[in-house]
Design a protein around this ligand. Sequence first.
Ligand SMILES: C[S@@+](CC[C@H](N)C(=O)[O-])C[C@H]1O[C@@H](n2cnc3c(N)ncnc32)[C@H](O)[C@@H]1O
Length: 270
Amino acid sequence: MVPTATPPRELPTDLSERFELWASGIPYELGFWTHWAKTQGGGWPDEFAARMNPEAPLVPWLADRATATGLTHLRVLDVGAGPVTSIGYVPPPGMTMELVATDPLADAYTRIFDALGLKRPVPTTFAPAEELSAFLPEDSFDIVHCRNALDHSFDPIRGLTEMLRVVKMGGQIMLYHNANEAESEAYSGFHQYNFDVEDERFIIWRGATRWDVQTELPIRTWIRARRRGHVAVLIEKRKPMPIERENRFRARFAETSRALMNLIIRRSLG
Ligand SMILES: C[S@@+](CC[C@H](N)C(=O)[O-])C[C@H]1O[C@@H](n2cnc3c(N)ncnc32)[C@H](O)[C@@H]1O
C-alpha cells in the first residue's frame, strides 16, 4: 500500500500496512522538531528552556505521584518523549531519581540535536512503546509516563502491555492525551488512534475497532480514566506479568521483521 492522500478510517489488519500509515507521520514529526530545535522552541521558548534545563523540577502532577510512593529513590520512564523529555529532572526533596526517555525516532532526534551542538540533559534513546521490554529491564520503573505519544503508535494495546512489563508491581502508568485526536486530525500522519473515556472506562478506538482497555490487558489492573479536555489515565499494576521470554521475543521478531520486509518490498516496487 502506497501512502494515500486520504488515510483510511478503518484499522488495517495487516501489520505492514499499519507500519506504512505510521511511517507517513515521520516527515512531519521530524520537520516539527528540527524547527523547534533550530529556533530554540519557536513560539514556545519558555518550554524549550525548561526542557533543556537540568535543574527543572519534576512537573507537579508527577511530583505529587512521586511523593505519594513514599520512596527515596525513584525510577521514571517517559515513553514517546520526543527529542527532550517534558517532565523535568529534579524530584521532590529527600528523593533521588533516575529518568529514562525513549522514542522510536530517537536516533533521528540525536542527529538533529548533535548537528546543532545542543546538549540535552537526558538524551532520548530508541524504543517504540510496542517493544519496551526488548530495550529495558522488566519490573524496573516506579512510574511510566506517556504524553501525546501512545495514540501516535502503531499498536497502543501492545504499547500498554509493554508498559506493564517494565513497570514494577504496584507501580503506575500515567497517560495524558488529547481526546479523539486521530478523528479530529483525519488519521493524518502519526494520528492513528482515538483515546476517550466512556462511563469512566478508558476506550481506544479507530473506525469500527474499539477496545475497552481494561478488558484487553493481560493482567488485572486498576484504571482511573478522566476526560477534562484531555484524557488523563492512571493504571496501576496489581499482578505480575506472565513469563514468556524467549518464545515471545521470537514470535514478535518474526511478525515485525516480516511486516517491515513487506513494507520495504512494496516501496521498492513503487
Ligand atoms: C507529539 S510528540 C509528543 C512528545 C512528548 N511526549 C511531548 O509531550 O512533548 C509524539 C511523539 O510520539 C512518538 N511516537 C510515535 N510512535 C510511537 C510509538 N510507537 N511508541 C512511542 N512513541 C511514539 C513520536 O516519535 C513523537 O516523538
